[in-house]
Design a protein around this ligand. Structure first.
Ligand code: NAD
Length: 335
């Protein structure tokens, strides 16, 4: 199938080209993400392939449908960036990669926890400058701490498994408790109880209307003083202004983020020569107890290979049958 591939970086292209030897699609790579200005690049293509910060709202989907686009292939598990109702209305099929490597994201989550706790990034910079002082580097033992996991699907369960291995007590909240987690000894409870009991809180639920700003001022008020908060899921799970207040008051002891609500204008680009326009993000960067990575939790060889292979298989299946097992529909999402 002829596919316009948006938001393409060198690494996407490298993995997709190798995987495509088994499929033979005609892939045309475009570096920009889809915006009202760049959507015209999709003219003449029956399929487009996009990533997490390609914002496919109703107007863009209408334009795409007008160009004859029949398939949107997401190179991601999350699909909060696509207006599914608009896609359905215009007869455009949306497919995703439901699981590529939950362990990639889970391992990065734990890397962030250990880094923000033991201040590895600060120690690295100090040692390179010949500063061997330990002032300000004091951490805590993770063993025997209570870790609260919100959303125990594939990634949350992988985080639970690792944290149990660290000797932690793992508690969780999910609208659908995962039998695998119950089997591991994870204790499910209501959110207020999780907020009150957890030393470390890690977010792994998808972004939906119900989870939007799940971590807000009211939630933070219920947490332990000095709590460590980690978000590797989607930025808008967190009300960033409320979190900044929590950091200023000391209620939040450590914050580790791989995602940010307004990341679409920042992440995946080298902006080091530009003046940062996002004052909220700039404030986050001033805290010594905050670490931020730019949506890289998924970024392993294993994940990139699987993303490429499943995306191309989804496209091939759609071309052959007009449908895909990995189709995302409104009905499937509420089922
Ligand atoms: P999953 O579908 O396997 O699990 C999601 C879990 O969240 C499910 O158990 C579901 O029941 C639960 N959930 C849904 N609504 C909820 C609610 N209102 N409250 C609590 N729990 C709720 O998904 P996954 O593969 O584990 O991925 C989780 C999220 O991680 C994705 O939605 C995506 O946003 C994010 N993600 C981030 C990266 C990254 O690189 N940072 C990579 C992949 C995925």
């Amino acid at each position: 199938m002829r596919v316009a591939v948006f938001s393409t970086k060198n690494y996407d292209r490298a993995f997709l080209e190798v995987a495509n030897k088994g499929y033979g699609h005609e892939l045309v790579f475009f570096e920009p993400r889809i915006t009202p200005e760049t959507v015209k690049l999709a003219q003449g293509f029956p399929a487009i392939c996009v990533f997490v910060n390609d914002l496919l709202h109703a107007a863009i989907i209408e334009t795409l449908a007008g160009y004859g686009v029949r398939l949107i292939a997401l190179r991601s598990a999350g699909f909060n960036n696509v207006d599914l109702a608009a896609a359905q209305e215009h007869g455009v099929t949306v497919v995703r990669v439901p699981a590529y490597s939950p362990h990639s994201v889970a391992e990065h989550t734990v890397a962030l926890l250990l880094d923000v706790n033991r201040k590895i990034h600060r120690a690295y910079a100090r040692v390179r400058e010949g500063n061997f002082s330990l002032e300000g580097l004091l951490g805590f033992e993770v063993r025997e701490r209570t870790v609260g996991i919100i959303g125990t699907g594939k990634i949350g369960a992988a985080v639970a498994e690792i944290m149990l291995g660290f000797g932690c007590n793992v508690i969780a909240y999910d609208i659908r408790p995962n039998p695998v987690c119950l089997e591991m000894g994870v204790q499910y409870m209501a959110l207020p109880k999780l907020f009150a009991g957890a030393d470390i809180i890690s977010l792994h639920s998808p972004l939906t209307p119900e989870t939007y700003h799940l971590i807000n001022a009211e939630a933070i008020a219920q947490m332990k003083t000095g709590v460590t908060l980690i978000n590797t899921s989607r930025g808008a799970l967190v009300d960033t202004l409320a979190v900044i207040d929590g950091l200023k008051s000391g209620k939040i002891g450590h914050l580790a983020l791989d995602v940010y609500e307004e990341e679409a204008d920042l992440f995946f680009e080298d902006l080091s020569d530009r003046v940062l326009q996002d004052d909220v993000f700039a404030r986050l960067l001033t805290f010594p107890n905050v670490i931020i990575t730019g949506h890289q939790a998924f970024f392993t060889r294993e994940a990139l290979w699987t993303i490429s292979d499943i995306t191309l298989a989804n496209i091939a299946e759609f071309e052959r049958t007009g449908a895909s097992v990995n189709e995302v529909t409104l009905e499937k999402m509420v089922a």
